[in-house]
Design a protein around this ligand. Sequence first.
Ligand code: ATP
Length: 317
Amino acid sequence: MITADKKKETEKLNELLLSTKGLTKKYGHHNAVDQVDIHIKKGAIYGFIGRNGAGKTTCLKMISGLSKPTSGTIEMFGYSGKELKQIRSRVGCLIEAPGLYGGMNAYENLNIKCKLFGIKKKGYIEDILRTVGLEDVGKKKTKQFSLGMKQRLGIGLALVGEPDLLVLDEPINGLDPQGIAEVRDTIQKLRDERNMTILISSHLLEELSRIATDYGIIHNGSLLQELTREELMKHCSERIEITLEHPKQALPVLDRMGFNNYQVTDKSHIHIFERLNESASINMELAKEGIPVRGISITSEELETYFLNLTGGNQNA
Ligand SMILES: Nc1ncnc2c1ncn2[C@@H]1O[C@H](COP(=O)(O)OP(=O)(O)OP(=O)(O)O)[C@@H](O)[C@H]1O
């Protein structure tokens, strides 16, 4: 018999397109990626966030089959271990700089990859060029492309063969704001029109926050946190922040006052996301119950500050 918990767990696993367990890559004695467990749902845009050297590229290379894990497992589309070879064509990737032939135009670059894949379908290349917003570049050689155009063509090349999962390593790195917006639009379009699942790395949480539906935050090779867009936004939305010795003692008081939308965030803080003008009465009610409050304030946090605090980079925090 399948228990309700077991059923829930199975349903959750079924939704996953990709998961890793204990994924580790050692270079000498250094763990570039250390016991990473990531979970990517079908149809997600998964933002993989970390500073330079955090281990993002190493992780994405293992997922794309370009590098072998030292230990740990990867499961994709229900396949793992040696079976992964069978489904490699369902993964398209752009890792590091796109390998373009500078003396050729966008169409010719895509044509080479299509030939390698044995794709002859009429209109196939034009369709990809349209998807990545390069339908009007004509005969311009790719060595004359802007960085953003090169990245979008790189994404186009990764689309050849119609993968179900697209892996993009720092596709917005070094782009100007317009270039970033164009790559972002392309990614959104891929998800909406082609129903793709996208794993995208960046060191810029703020930039990814506009499109990513889920996040994994990696630091020094370890995955610090996985969270949904809603959870991330909650961290950064306006809230009443109460600092006290024993947060659990305060919960019955908050319940009695009719608060529903609150969270005990660590061993000394409660965040309340509703009725922000009632901080004084909360303070009073807690005092009445003899619960000492060390601080109560209304705060909100910038996304980037949240990320810096998490990765220990905000010395002023
Ligand atoms: N081939 C290699 N040999 C030895 N060490 C490596 C190798 N590749 C990566 N590393 C090390 O592994 C760690 C993680 O590197 P990785 O490139 O995965 O980080 P990253 O998060 O992608 O950062 P960046 O955005 O700077 O590329 C770094 O300390 C890096 O120096």
